[in-house]
Design a protein around this ligand. Structure first.
Ligand code: CUA
Length: 362
């Protein structure tokens, strides 16, 4: 029958379109995400069946039955049987759908017995991850992605979804997330994990996941949070338990070293001496050993506005680079101690000996 064939054709086109565009939810990478996906599909098909029965009966009565018999619709005012039926049947269907949904919700809210606790804080426009009780914390992005846009070639679009440092978690471990925000409301969403929680200042939302396979899982901020809301990517990297332990140990060591340097009471001379080394390793190639530069390509730093003007401008250029020039952002390449050191060095070597010091904590 042609109508059957048309239906089948439409069905095949639609199902292929949905596969190509991934219009549907993802089954995800965890037990919870698969349960959520199955629930979604079950409820979807229940709705399809109800829709087919209700609209089918309606159109059949209105068109086919009426045309073939010529009968007028029956006129009656009330019917206890019909009223009981249309109350009880939907009630039973709703209860049947609510039972597995409630079970899943209870599961999602049960954050007890976690193997790792991570505090996630939303900032305009990056994420901060803190491994509770582990003394490890970092930002997902050093410069916000919109700041990076100005420092990168416009053709390279994938960096918009990249982070400097993903959230690293072990597989096969229940990881509890404590989600909050420092400025406005954000939302932490990773579809493959079926985790989506608002990050609200002054309030902690909880969630959890247990990832089965190592890999990268991507997400985005999903609460309109200001001009760069669209550039607040999330990357979760799941590592095997051994690899995670190694990563955590390395990260702890790095944090401890950095903390020691940051907490140190630097004297001006010490910081200038360190900055001297950093300058000659990272800056001298373009700006020359004595800060004389190679104008017009590489400006001289000696006696320049940069070395004598506000410290904040100077810091900003070293941190974020300079748009439209080959001055790279050193915010990722140098530690904050080294940035403080090199700026202190430049200001004191070529800023008319200002005795000006940038502390690592600035
Ligand atoms: Cu943060 Cu949208």
């Amino acid at each position: 029958h042609p109508r059957v064939w048309m239906g089948l054709l439409l069905w095949s086109v639609l199902s292929q379109a949905q596969a190509a565009w991934t219009v549907n939810m993802t089954p995800g990478a965890t037990e919870v995400s698969r349960t959520v996906f199955d629930l979604h599909m079950t409820i979807f098909w229940i709705c399809v069946v109800i829709g087919v029965i209700v609209f089918g009966a309606m159109f059949w009565s209105m068109i086919i039955h009426r045309r073939s018999t010529g009968q007028q619709p029956a006129h009656f005012h009330e019917s206890t049987t019909v009223e009981i039926l249309w109350t009880v049947v939907p009630f039973v269907i709703l209860v049947l759908m609510a039972i597995p949904a409630t079970k899943t919700l209870i599961d999602i809210y049960d954050t007890s017995e976690s193997g790792l606790d991570v505090q996630i804080t939303g900032y305009q426009w990056k994420w901060h991850y803190k491994y509770l009780g582990q003394d490890v914390e970092f930002f997902s992005n050093l410069a916000t992605p919109s700041e990076q846009i100005h420092n990168k070639a416009p053709k390279d679009e994938h960096y918009l979804l990249e982070v400097d440092q993903p959230l690293v978690v072990p597989v096969g471990t229940k990881v509890r997330f404590l989600i909050t925000a420092a400025d406005v409301i954000h939302s932490w969403w990773v579809p493959a994990l079926a985790v989506k929680k608002d990050a609200i200042p002054g309030f902690v939302n909880e969630s959890w996941t247990r990832i089965e396979k190592p890999g990268l899982y991507r997400g985005q901020c999903t609460e309109l949070c200001g001009k760069d809301h669209g550039f607040m990517p999330i990357v979760v990297e799941a590592k095997s338990q051994e690899d995670f332990a190694k990563w955590l140990a390395a990260r702890k060591e790095e944090t401890a070293k950095l903390k020691e340097l940051t907490d140190k009471e630097w004297t001006l001379d010490e910081l200038v001496a360190r900055g001297d080394k950093v300058y000659h390793t990272s800056c001298a190639a373009c700006h020359q050993p004595e800060g004389q530069g190679m104008p017009p390509m590489f400006p001289a730093l000696k006696g320049s506005k940069i070395a004598t003007g506000p410290k904040a401008d100077h810091l900003n250029i070293v941190f974020h680079g300079k748009p439209g020039t080959s001055m790279a952002a050193f915010g990722k390449q140098l530690s904050e101690v080294d940035i403080a050191a090199v700026i202190t060095y430049e200001r004191n070597a070529w800023g008319n000996n200002t005795g000006d010091m940038v502390t690592p904590k600035e």
